[in-house]
Design a binder for this molecule. Sequence first.
Ligand SMILES: [Ca+2]
Length: 434
Amino acid sequence: MSRFGVWSRRRCVDCRKIVCDVDLRNLHPVYEMIAAVPQTQRPLAYNSSPERKYIVMRRILRNLVTVHACLLILLVAVGACRSAAPLGGLQLEKIELPPGFSIELYAEGVESARSMALSPNGVLFVGTRREGKLYAVVDSNRDNRADKVWVLADGLNMPNGVAFRDGSLYVAEVHRILRYDNIETRLQSPPEPVVVSAQFPSETHHGWKYIAFGPDGRLYVPVGAPCNVCEKSDKRFATIMRMRPDGRDLEIFAHGVRNTVGFDWRKETGELWFTNNGRDWMGDDLPPDTLHRAGSGGLHFGFPYCHGGDIPDPKFGAKRRCDEFTPPVLKLGAHVAALGMKFYHGEMFPPQFKGSIFIAEHGSWNRTTPIGYRITRIVLKGDRPFRYEVFAQGWLQKDRAWGRPVDVLVMPDGALLVSDDRAGVIYRISYKRY
Ligand SMILES: [Ca+2]
């Protein structure tokens, strides 16, 4: 077999994975194969014997078949890499909630709304990913409907994460943390940000960040794996890091975390709980997204060696055993894309909701039948999850989705805000006893 034949077959097996690993932005393996085919024709010019012609023609046919097969896989992969097709317009009447709950629009015109943070004075700050914008949403007359959406900044590098502390807004770009001082009084003319830290990798794959201040006063900053599944010598990847508000003492808090885009601390214990997105291309139902608890620093949660606590990775699983790692406290649905999560400590919802966890499931992008596109609730018994149930759904209609929940936030009055980066809005879920 020709050298190219061996190479091309190996790459063809991988091309579906390669294409989606890079989020459809890197198609060069297939282009390389197409470009390489004419090279196999060169011997025709040098040797025209019948045997040589037969061998060369066979090579050409074989490589053409290889390329077409890869193109076919590529097309399938491109289709599979997409999230559920958009369904135009808000369809709030389609959202199903438990009895007594209702959902309303809190703010619109918040394109690509992602993570949220609330200031003590009620200004809602909202980050985005590819949009590059940073918003402030203000409900000035306190009627639970925003009156103004300010664009504080534009052209930032995936400013997904936002956190608020002592009058300052902290914003996580891919590679650095910014701080906007006294921002609440300067929404109309925001100040130039202070760079708090620029000590983070610049890889954009899983590079967008969720950030939050912990009860220890540190800012927690995850660094996702720059791949679907990989082992990196740079120990910052696939971790949750933390630092002082001024950027000092940056350290790794948790290891083996593929990509968390939401976390919160349980009031009763001060423990960090976080969602984690499982790897792709192990089938429709494996591995699960997961919910974790980090009772202390220095724990390892398994990536890239073990997924979901008991599923060895096909490539890296032989290197370390699953029982070497801290398992998840709960397996969520595979590919649901569990992002924002919050413990509910508000006063508005019925008493049985106290202490529950709400999770925004953004929705699958590489599953045959879409899943997620909903808000789920985890009921705890003691310090363990007891029940995992759907709280709000209806953004997904058959295989099309008109919205994608990203983050959840409990308001001072106990209502639950939900950001949606497909519809570009913020919802408010409230409860009224009848
Ligand atoms: Ca208002």
